[in-house]
Design a protein around this ligand. Structure first.
Ligand SMILES: NC(=O)c1ccc[n+]([C@@H]2O[C@H](COP(=O)([O-])OP(=O)(O)OC[C@H]3O[C@@H](n4cnc5c(N)ncnc54)[C@H](OP(=O)(O)O)[C@@H]3O)[C@@H](O)[C@H]2O)c1
Length: 255
């Protein structure tokens, strides 16, 4: 068992479910105290209970990533409680309005997707960088983009795909802007991963498994643990010279 994050404080947005919960647990298992954030309190408390049940330490804080005030308060709370912010994983995201062509997509739905998936990452970066750049050891940030961004094509999902492409590009821009401040920024772009988000409407687990056998060269979804392993690598000192990378974990879908 390695403990790459002992004594470090990590923040994970969207940590009440799916990939965010898996990343939060993996960070705690490797010694981090983990601040878990999202809009709904109950799922965050469940994640915190899982962390504490394994002997880890953390804190649950409600925050909406589309609100700058929430993000600054979140970082301040993490630092007040644990003394620093060393790792941040900007994972919160939504996938809504699938199946609508661009010509039929409501402006409000387009704006909402970008507000959470892009501006949410931008605002989180600002709050996190503001703290990390003042610390002697800086910090490491991992943004969760998607293979459906710059890496592949999917009709009927323009709000999501354009937003995730923006997260990949924003990651590169922010990485270049802030590596001299000691803040190392990278992205992970998952393909279909074993969470609720990867189900099509009305699909069962067996349906999804059958679809994966034809859509994904590996023949299956990625597990949350596999995506979390990539996030932890980029957040750790093992990746000390990795800056502005966008690590695709998609079973070969974009190979
Ligand atoms: N699963 C996949 O196949 C896949 C593939 C590629 C990329 N991704 C990306 O991976 C990330 C995690 O997705 P997932 O599959 O784990 O889905 P998920 O279970 O739906 O997780 C998304 C999380 O984000 C939180 N969230 C949503 N809007 C928020 C907001 N405005 N402020 C704060 N938190 C918010 C949600 O909690 P609340 O509702 O309580 O806020 C939820 O816990 C997303 O960015 C997604 O786009 C997923």
């Amino acid at each position: 068992m390695t403990h790459r994050f002992s004594g470090r404080t990590a923040l994970v947005t969207g940590a009440g479910s799916g990939i965010g919960r898996g990343v939060a647990l993996a960070l705690a298992r490797e010694g981090a105290q983990v601040v878990v954030a999202g809009r709904r309190r109950d799922p965050l408390d469940e994640t915190l209970a899982l962390i504490e049940g394994e002997g880890g330490k953390g804190l649950a804080v409600t925050a909406d990533v589309s609100r700058a005030d929430d993000l600054h308060a979140l970082v301040a709370t993490a630092v007040d409680r644990f003394g620093s912010l060393d790792v941040a994983v900007n994972n919160a995201g939504i996938l809504e309005g699938r199946g609508k062509a661009v010509g039929d997509l409501a402006e409000a739905d387009w704006r909402r997707m970008l507000d959470v998936n892009v501006t949410g990452v931008f605002l989180a970066l600002q709050a996190e960088i503001a703290r990390m750049r003042t610390q002697p050891d800086g910090g490491a940030i991992v943004n969760i983009a998607s293979r459906l961004g710059v890496h592949s094509r999917l009709p009927g999902a323009a709000g999501y795909t354009a937003g995730k492409a923006a997260v990949s590009v924003l990651t590169r821009a922010a990485a270049l802007d802030h590596i001299a401040d000691g803040v190392r920024i990278n992205a992970v772009s998952p393909g279909a991963t074993a969470t609720d988000m990867s189900f099509r409407d009305g699909e069962s687990e067996a349906d999804r498994a059958a679809r994966m056998r034809t859509e994904v060269p590996l023949g299956r979804v990625s597990t949350v643990a596999e995506v979390a392993a990539a996030v932890l690598y980029l957040a750790s000192d093992d990746a000390a010279s990795v800056v502005g990378a966008d690590l695709v974990i998609d079973g070969g879908s974009t190979a």
